[in-house]
Design a binder for this molecule. Structure first.
Ligand code: CP
Length: 313
């Protein structure tokens, strides 16, 4: 399997073999990250622009480090201090950056479809780092990488995604990735945030958290996306925590080997108790570590890299 795409815009359009190619390439990059010299020359001479129009900690910093480890030059575009504030459009912004020889744009934007629009405006490559409630492809890739690393497989696993599904790009990208790789996906949360229409994507929908998590191999917790909700979709934070939050009593009724995941940022005491977030079943920080290898793999492949064998695997 070789990679033929110039962009990474979503998981929906990827074939299972393409997802596996990214995961296998990321495994090779994780090994590179354990060497004394962690840099490779794959993107030497290339310029990567981090075009984040929405806040980010994990995604922005790990894309920056990934580009540096691949020997690219990196520009961190600061939207707040840019001519965006004077009304310059996304298209004009990108084309001006391209006039400075930008080769790869990594974009996060509040509007669903912004990366696809940008891909039509520029000659270079575009990577979606999260667009509205649509997709966050590299988050799903690092989540599936982490599950496969810990469980040895994806197919046949029971994965519960618990929380605000309706407004979550992480949920949508995970649903695509996990179902394409053969996992059984259950979506759980308040009925206002987990509508039955998601069953059309091949998932089970449950509004009973104890029932949903009882046979889970993986529980992926999502925060409430207040920034995307136009009105309150549930009575209150306290009630949400009591009805849907993962606490010790609920955890005690799950399988002993269940993996606890969260894309971050976490709201301690709301969707997850603090001691569970920091406990032995949590792989939340390992997800962050794996995000670096997955983002190196994504940049490597869209730049024409030929998979893990090119890295000595
Ligand atoms: N998981 C995630 O996208 O985190 P950031 O918003 O900090 O990038």
């Amino acid at each position: 399997m070789t990679w033929h795409r110039r962009h990474l815009l979503d998981i929906e359009s990827l074939a299972p073999e393409e997802i596996l190619l990214v995961l296998d390439t990321a495994r090779a990059f994780k090994a590179v990250g354990q060497r004394a010299i962690k840099k490779v020359p794959a993107l030497r001479g290339k310029t990567v622009v981090n075009l984040f129009i929405e806040p980010s900690t994990r995604t922005r910093t790990s894309f920056e480090l990934a580009a540096v480890r691949l020997s690219a030059d990196v520009i961190n575009f600061n939207a707040e201090a840019s001519s965006f504030k004077k009304g310059e459009t996304l298209k004009d912004t990108a084309r001006n950056l391209e006039a400075l020889n930008a080769d790869i744009f990594i974009i996060r934007h509040s509007a669903a479809g912004a990366p696809h629009f940008l891909a039509r405006c520029v000659a270079g490559s575009v990577v979606n780092a999260g667009d509205g409630a649509h997709e966050h492809p590299t988050q799903a890739l690092l989540d599936t990488f982490t599950i496969r690393e810990k469980k040895g497989r994806i197919a046949g696993l029971n994965v519960v995604i618990l929380g605000d599904i309706l407004y979550s790009r992480v949920a949508r990208s995970n649903i695509w990735a996990l179902t394409k790789l053969g996992a059984h996906v259950t979506l759980c949360g308040p009925s206002t945030l987990v509508p039955r229409t998601f069953e059309q994507l091949g998932c089970r929908v449950s509004h009973n958290v104890d029932d949903a998590i009882a046979s889970a191999d993986v529980i992926n917790l999502l925060r409430i996306q207040h920034e995307r909700q136009r009105k309150t979709m549930f009575p209150g934070i306290g009630e949400y925590a009591s009805l849907f939050g993962l606490n010790q009593a609920r955890l005690a009724r799950t399988r002993p080997e269940v993996l606890i995941m969260h894309p971050g940022p976490i709201n301690r005491g709301v969707e997850i108790d603090s001691e569970i977030a920091d406990g032995g079943r949590s792989v939340i920080l390992e997800q962050v570590t794996n995000g670096l290898a997955v983002r190196m793999a994504a940049l490597f492949l869209i730049n024409g890299g030929q998979g893990p064998q090119a890295l000595g695997e």
